[in-house]
Design a protein around this ligand. Sequence first.
Ligand code: GAR
Length: 211
Amino acid sequence: MATRIAVLVSGGGTNLQALIDAQGRGELGGGVLAAVISSKPGVYALERAAQAGIPTYVIPRRDYPSSQAMTQALVSQLKALDIQLVVLAGFMVILTQEMVQAFPHAILNVHPSLIPSFCGAGYYGLRVHQQALAYGVKLTGATVHFVSEECDGGPIVLQQAVPVEAGDSPETLQRRVMEQAEWRILPQAVALFCQNRLRVEGRTVHILPRQ
Ligand code: GAR
């Protein structure tokens, strides 16, 4: 049975597009993109999903009195859709523990730095690249990790380093990290999950050989 995947988004959805393109090439390890859920109405990611024929749902944070209530609504929707893998792809809401408890080691997040650098609460989107430039690092990159109850703290599945170049702005660095890292390792990690090739042991994710 194909792994049913939901992608959670809040913005432009270029990482969602990378997943759609990988599915089109038959490179999602047999997984199927079954739903796209946005925390914001009107975002371009919803357009990308509609163009690809993927059902879309909007669960706005402001419709709920607390993060916990929003998380519970999200979990109910994911369970109703019979989802087995949740992918956070530019999803800008921090979910509460009910989410991790409902999907243990079945939530992947892509983060635009080499964790544990430039991660945790307050590090999201362009801010991550602003901080990397301000610190003067010569290498940055992206990380795909399992989501745990600690923000950006779950076991690491894949990482890809990307050089910082002289004269980079947060925008040019963000673009390079997306092109050279995020859009590659996110579909790879999803495919590994769908092929049942990821085993978590403490903080370490073992990648099993292809059967
Ligand atoms: C991506 O760079 C993603 O890694 C980052 O937001 C961007 C979303 O772009 N996510 C975070 O910072 C989460 N902490 P997209 O909507 O075009 O995929």
